[in-house]
Design a protein around this ligand. Structure first.
Ligand SMILES: C[S@@+](CC[C@H](N)C(=O)[O-])C[C@H]1O[C@@H](n2cnc3c(N)ncnc32)[C@H](O)[C@@H]1O
Length: 517
């Protein structure tokens, strides 16, 4: 059905007396709407470019946001209704170019007018939309009619929004506080239990809000999930070791490593992204992790043969991944890029997954190449086999050549790897439904035959050849091509000017392929 665009003249409503002072509630919701619009803009831009600056929670809980609770609620609610809000604004056709420049604020206000509480809507954009409330309401009525829904609840019930009731996990930063003191402090206001597997992890009821708790703000405890807290413990570096955290920001696992090592030894925390380096530095300062050396560098550029790294005995590799295991936790399912009706996360974006997997394999092969290294832990917060078991499968021959084998982190944990690779029983998975987040951990170990003092060097040429061969064996390139070529061909066939299109297409294809190398 095509709707007639309406631009009805609007009768001016009674004006608020200018002299009236805003109540505290009005002032605080006025600011919450602006803070929410700022977060929403960042979240939507990140989602559109597939380069999120942070999850919704991270952005809301950044220091610049004052009214965190109200802002968080507004962002989540607006995102939940966003497809409808967009349609309403489109059909009502009430936004001219001036208001479109602050469209995120208009989304938030529209949410408040149609679904929230519009009782305290002060501010010019608010007044503008309030004056057009009947147009918004009639646009909504048209949408309901079109979808065959009687009420907005019927419409919303068509959307699958998971109910995530995950316990609030808190990791005690033993560099600053002992576990018993943390338990007695947190027990003053909350129910607190110790985790049965991770000695410094505490479990509190779901949705316990600790963001402003003094133990959190002073770095004595970190709000860190259970699966994420398993990684440093699985690696198990001893106090005094030298360790690399290969992809370190924001640094939760780096500072956990520092605590596991009792602040003794050295951790080289490597991070590629300049902005995230700042967050990494903030985390290490907050944690009081003085044995961390932050390195703004591409991990792949660290030379394993460099004397600087000859004493490195363990590497934690937690590379960029699809994050498909934490979409519910991060609230990513609310974002436009996640179809509201699909339940398979980002499973459709095969090209992106294969690109990630190609980097993950390369980084894992690189980590295994450091001559003094005895333990390498690889982790992702992804549920996809491509990023997990497939990565392990393709590096296994290279790992075996260097004397590594798969070890079993947390043998008491029941959920292990998918049986698609030899040794899958050693791999660890957490389940997005049962454990409320999907995570993957693999641990490679070898005996310390290569003493860190005199690393026994595999001949450089042969190691390089083997690395090349291992990267070459990764069938990501082929899978990627398979995923890309049909699309390319379709464009090619449909194109009215294939000859003209050929150079940009081949360039596009070339760029994607070389990215994988
Ligand atoms: C999943 S996050 C790491 C999370 C971190 N381990 C934690 O627990 O807080 C991956 C990080 O790796 C960084 N990264 C990606 N490619 C990299 C590379 N080639 N070298 C170093 N860091 C990289 C990303 O910028 C991102 O900050």
């Amino acid at each position: 059905m095509v709707y007639k665009k309406v631009m009805d003249p609007v009768k001016p409503a009674a004006k608020e007396p200018k002299s009236r002072r805003l109540t505290n509630i009005e002032r605080s919701s006025y600011f919450a709407r602006r803070e929410a619009a700022k977060v929403l803009k960042s979240v939507l831009q990140g989602d559109a470019n597939r380069r999120a600056v942070g999850s919704i929670k991270t952005l809301v809980y950044s220091p610049s946001i004052r009214n965190k609770k109200a802002t968080f609620a507004l962002v989540c609610q607006t995102l939940k209704y966003l497809p409808i809000i967009k349609d309403v604004l489109e059909i009502a056709n009430v936004l001219n170019s001036k208001w479109k420049r602050q469209v995120e604020l208009m989304y938030i206000i529209t949410y408040d007018i149609l679904f929230g509480q519009d009782s305290s809507l002060t501010g010019d954009p608010e007044k503008y939309l309030i004056l057009r409330k009947s147009q918004l309401q009639s646009a909504l009525a048209k949408i309901l009619l079109k979808k065959g829904a009687k009420r907005i609840e019927d419409l919303m019930s068509q959307y699958k929004i998971p109910d995530v009731k995950k316990p609030r996990y808190v990791r005690v930063n033993t560099l600053k506080l002992d576990v018993e003191t943390a338990v007695s402090e947190l027990s003053k206001d909350n129910m607190v239990e110790k985790d049965d597997m991770i000695p410094d992890l505490l479990v509190l009821p779901p949705a316990t809000d600790l963001h402003n708790h003094p133990l959190v703000t002073n770095g004595s405890v970190f709000m860190q999930g259970k699966a994420s807290s398993m990684v440093a413990v699985a690696l198990g570096p001893k106090p005094g070791w030298e360790v690399i955290d290969a992809c370190a920001a924001p640094g939760n696992k780096t500072v956990h490593l520092a605590a596991v090592m009792k602040g003794e030894g050295k951790i080289i925390a490597c991070e590629l992204n300049k902005d995230r380096v700042k967050r990494l530095e903030h985390t290490t300062n907050l944690a009081g992790a003085t044995n961390v050396e932050v390195l703004h560098e591409n991990f792949l550029n660290l030379n394993p043969e460099d004397e600087l790294y000859s004493k490195v005995r363990a590497i934690l590799l937690d590379p960029s991944c699809s994050g498909s295991g934490t979409v519910a936790d991060r609230l990513d399912y609310l974002l436009p890029s996640h179809s509201h009706t699909s339940s398979d996360g980002d499973g459709g974006d095969v090209g992106r997954l294969l690109k990630l997997a190609a980097f993950q394999e390369k980084a894992l092969i690189h980590a295994l190449s450091f001559p003094g290294v005895e333990r390498v832990v690889y982790s992702t917060c992804s549920i996809h086999q491509i990023e997990n078991e497939d990565v392990i499968k393709s590096v296994l021959p290279f790992a075996a050549f260097l004397g590594f084998h798969l070890a079993t982190p947390f043998p008491q944990w029941a959920r292990r790897g998918l049986p698609v690779v030899e040794g899958s029983q050693h791999l660890l998975r957490t389940d997005p439904v049962e454990d409320k987040e999907g995570f993957f951990i693999a641990l490679f170990t070898r005996n310390a035959t290569r003493s860190p003092e005199s690393p026994q060097k595999v001949e450089r040429g042969s190691l390089e050849n083997l690395k090349q061969e291992a990267v070459g064996k990764c069938d990501c390139h082929k899978k990627f091509l398979r995923a890309r070529i049909p699309k390319t061909l379709v464009v090619w066939i449909l194109s009215p000017a294939p000859i003209l299109l050929y150079p940009p297409l081949s360039l596009f294809l070339h760029i994607d392929i070389t990215d994988l190398r």
